[in-house]
Structures are given as structure tokens and as C-alpha cells.
Ligand binder design. Structure first.
Ligand SMILES: Cc1cc2nc3c(=O)[nH]c(=O)nc-3n(C[C@H](O)[C@H](O)[C@H](O)COP(=O)(O)OP(=O)(O)OC[C@H]3O[C@@H](n4cnc5c(N)ncnc54)[C@H](O)[C@@H]3O)c2cc1C
Length: 432
């Protein structure tokens, strides 16, 4: 049995701790804030409550596997609600497309935009089938070594094409390129710096669909927090890891400043730049910056929007209706990126959704507020070209006994990749 210390109590830290405890290790989880869950939290004001970060996700198998492998199945603890529509996109020319989860429905939806676009869209998505299979087999489900990836994985990762170029070549209709590039743009990336293979997200969304948790995504964190108790994990909230103590190339403890916590294994489920022992190893990477966020409490009748509405243009606005609201009122969250010199609600009004007179409460959070609240960016590492994938840590690191999970150890932020990263760490550490 190893003494495992998990640094960070977001989805990655909780998932890693649950799995490693089930494998028989003695696990301690350190979380700097007072609550667990990281970006999987709730913002509350004046009777309204909003998901602070994630509101939906894809690849439910990742969460199912986590719950099953660490205790009771997820269906016994949470209500996962499938979403028939992933997103609605509205373009500056006034046209719009609502993207459902399945293939056949997507053909019809894009054909509504213009005849023939449906086939072009599903062909593009299907072109990622082999990439997904390679990534799944060689990267996402087995601990891979960035210094010596398998040959099929190298073929994917070393492809020089950028997502920007791939989308320009594939689509003459710019709207399709905007839809296909959106997941990466929403996570703060410039498509010129994103490798084409990372566009696999469109395939994952189409093939595995989208779902949310009834009652808010924070329920997922609450269920995992409860699992810490059932699995006997020692949880220390309000506890910030300052550094790792490394002797002769192997980790021996986590330094809290006033004390040290002895460890045989440390799982870093935070931005490794925060820990001086690891920072030089990721010196060439940068964090992807969260969007500007406004949580809105609205009174009266509001437009009936899909789970996520994307308003293309500059600024790029994403409206996520949902959350808890007093009777007769509605909760929305708006994310903005790009030219945000004016208030987001003014830009939203120009896009035809004017709710300015209906705002009864509003919580604004700048990217800086978010990074400070979460002790790093939950969007992980910024793509700066195809080499970025080898400049990240995880699941193993060059320091013996140190493993990396979470948004900073995956090829894309998002709960599925983060959940998979925790499974990889558990696999790499192995049973007690
Ligand atoms: C605005 C926004 C919206 C998003 N929407 C979605 C979505 O709809 N669907 C989706 O799948 N994904 C979404 N994401 C991405 C998702 O939030 C992340 O993939 C996921 O939450 C990352 O989990 P994590 O555990 O790696 O990091 P975090 O959630 O950031 O957790 C890190 C934890 O570590 C703690 N910590 C930091 N430093 C230390 C330290 N030194 N010592 C101890 N503890 C420390 C922090 O307090 C925090 O609790 C969104 C992200 C943002 C920012």
C-alpha cells in the first residue's frame, strides 16, 4: 500500500483519489479552498444559482466507469439527463443551425442551412473515426510516454496540419468551419495553433452525445465528495500545496509551508506551474484563459433557448440558460471572448437578444477572478502548435512517484478528458 497524496480537489483530484483508494492505497487529498469540486461548483445570489463552470458534457462512459470502479454505479447517485441538442449556432448573416447529437439528425440540420451541407458535415466528422480510435487505444486509455509514443500515435500527433487549415480546406461554407472550430475557440485557443487531430471533439460529441446532471453539475462533485468518505480518503480542505519535496529524483513529501505530508506517490491534479519542483518541466507551456462570464438572474418572459446558444461574431458570445431561479424568473450564464470593450449584454442585444431590462441580479466574473477562484485555469494548456502535446505532463512525469491528472494533463479541457486522465493515473500507479 502506497501513501498517496492528491493535490487538488477538482474533478481530476476527486476522480484520482476515489480510484486510488479503491485500489487499496492510503489516500490524502489536499484542496486549497474550503470546498471540493473546483470548477464543478455553484455561484449563488439573491435566490438564483448557476453552474460556475461546466453545465454539460459528453462521453458519459467516463463518469459511469469512474463511479462503477470506485463504488456504486452513477445511476444510483445522480440523474444523468441526455440532451438531444448539443448547441445552436447563430451566424452574423442571420442564419442558424441547431446541432443535434446523432448522425442522421445532423445531416438534416445542416441541410436546412443549405442543401448538401449535411453530407459535407457528417463526412468531416467521420474523417476523425481513425484518429479517435488511435487516440483512445494509444493515448487516452493506456499511459503513454511522450518520449516514445507508439507508431500509430506518432502518426497522429506529428501531423503538421493545423485545425485552421483543415477546416478551410474541408469547408467552402464558412459557417461549417465556425461550427467545427467552436469547441477549441470556446476553450480559448487560436485555431492556427491547434493541431488538426484535436478537432476530434466534433466526432466525440456526435458519436457519444451530450448530457447534464439534474440539479446542476455541482451534484457530480458532491457525489464524489461523499465517495471520499466511503473510500476512506483523508480530505484536507483549506490546505494549499506549496511544493513537492524531491530526494534523489523521487518524491518523498508534499510541502505545505508549515508542515510536510509524507508521500510515496503524489498525483498533481492542479496546474503544475504552481509547484516549483515541476514548473521548469512545463516552462514552455501557457494556460488557456477562461472566458469573461456573467451569471444573470432575469425576470419575466425570456427567449426559449437551447442548452447552449453560440452567437458567432466578435465578440463571440455563448449563452447557457439554466440554473436555479425563483418562480417566474430565469437563470442564464453568458460567456464572452474577443472584442469585449462594451458590456456583454449590449453585444447580446445587438445580436437580437435584449434582456437588459429584465436583469434582477448579475454576477460578473473576469478571467482573472476565475483563475484566482480556482487556483489556476480549468481549461488546461493553451495550444501553441503541435509540440504542445509533448510539453505537458501526465500521466507520468520525469519525477519518480509523481503523476499528473486533470485539465493540464489532457489534450483538451472538458470533463471526459479530465476523467480519463484520472483513470490513466490509477492505471499507471496500479493496485496496492
Ligand atoms: C467557464 C468554464 C466553463 C466550462 N464548461 C464546461 C462544460 O460545459 N463541459 C465540460 O466538460 N467542461 C467544461 N469546462 C472545463 C472543466 O471545467 C474542466 O475540464 C474541469 O473542471 C477541470 O477539472 P480539474 O480538476 O482538472 O481542475 P479544477 O476544476 O480547476 O480543479 C483544481 C482544484 O485544485 C485546487 N488547487 C489549485 N492549486 C492548489 C494547490 N496548490 N493545493 C491544493 N489545491 C489546489 C483548486 O482550488 C481546485 O479546486 C469549463 C471550464 C470553464 C472555465
Amino acid at each position: 500500500m502506497a501513501r498517496v497524496v492528491v493535490v487538488g480537489g477538482g474533478f481530476a483530484g476527486l476522480a484520482s483519489a476515489a480510484r486510488l483508494a479503491k485500489l487499496g492505497h492510503e489516500v490524502t487529498l489536499l484542496e486549497r479552498s474550503a470546498t471540493l469540486g473546483g470548477a464543478l461548483g455553484t455561484v449563488e445570489a439573491d435566490g438564483f444559482a448557476w453552474d460556475a463552470g461546466p453545465t454539460w458534457t459528453t462521453l458519459p462512459a467516463v463518469v459511469r466507469d469512474l463511479f462503477r470502479k470506485s463504488g456504486r454505479p452513477v445511476e444510483r447517485e445522480l440523474e444523468l439527463e441526455p440532451l438531444d441538442v448539443v448547441r445552436e449556432h447563430r451566424f452574423v448573416d442571420g442564419t442558424a443551425v441547431t446541432v443535434p447529437s446523432g448522425r442522421g439528425a445532423q445531416v438534416a440540420a445542416f441541410d436546412d442551412l443549405a442543401p448538401g451541407l449535411g453530407q459535407r458535415w457528417v463526412d468531416h466528422v467521420a474523417s476523425y473515426t481513425d484518429v479517435w480510435e488511435t487516440l483512445r487505444r494509444e493515448y487516452l486509455e493506456v499511459p503513454w510516454d511522450p518520449r516514445s509514443p507508439s507508431r500509430p500515435l506518432s502518426a497522429v500527433l506529428d501531423d503538421r496540419q493545423t485545425l485552421h487549415k483543415r477546416l478551410r480546406r474541408t469547408f467552402r461554407d464558412e459557417r461549417l468551419a465556425l461550427v467545427a472550430g467552436h469547441p477549441a475557440v470556446a476553450e480559448g485557443h487560436d485555431l492556427r495553433n491547434v493541431p488538426a487531430w484535436a478537432g476530434v471533439t466534433a466526432y466525440v460529441e456526435q458519436r457519444f452525445g451530450a448530457w447534464t446532471v439534474q440539479g446542476g453539475m455541482a451534484r457530480l462533485a458532491e457525489a464524489l465528495a461523499a465517495r471520499m468518505t466511503t473510500r476512506g480518503v483523508t480530505v484536507r480542505t483549506g490546505t494549499t500545496a506549496r511544493d513537492l519535496v524531491v530526494r534523489e529524483g523521487r518524491v518523498v513529501a508534499v510541502d505545505l509551508g508549515a508542515e510536510q505530508v509524507d508521500a510515496d506517490v503524489v498525483v498533481v491534479a492542479v496546474d503544475p506551474r504552481l509547484l516549483p519542483a515541476l514548473a521548469p518541466l512545463v516552462a514552455r507551456t501557457m494556460p488557456a484563459i477562461p472566458p469573461v462570464v456573467a451569471h444573470l438572474g432575469l425576470e419575466g418572459d425570456v427567449p426559449d433557448l437551447r442548452h447552449e446558444l453560440v452567437l458567432h461574431g466578435d465578440p463571440l458570445l455563448v449563452v447557457r440558460p439554466g440554473g436555479r431561479a425563483p418562480s417566474g424568473a430565469s437563470a442564464w450564464t453568458v460567456h464572452g471572448r474577443g472584442k469585449l470593450a462594451e458590456d456583454m449584454l449590449r453585444a447580446l442585444a445587438r445580436d437580437g437578444i435584449d434582456v437588459r431590462a429584465q436583469v434582477v441580479t448579475r454576477v460578473d466574473r473576469t478571467p482573472r477572478d476565475l483563475v484566482e477562484a480556482w487556483g489556476g485555469s480549468p481549461l488546461g494548456v493553451l495550444w501553441q502548435g503541435r509540440a504542445t502535446v509533448r510539453q505537458r505532463l501526465g500521466p507520468t512525469t520525469p519525477v519518480a512517484g509523481v503523476y499528473a491528472a486533470g485539465a493540464h494533463a489532457t489534450p483538451g479541457a472538458g470533463l471526459p478528458y479530465v476523467g480519463l486522465s484520472a483513470a490513466l493515473v490509477a492505471q499507471a500507479v496500479g493496485p496496492a
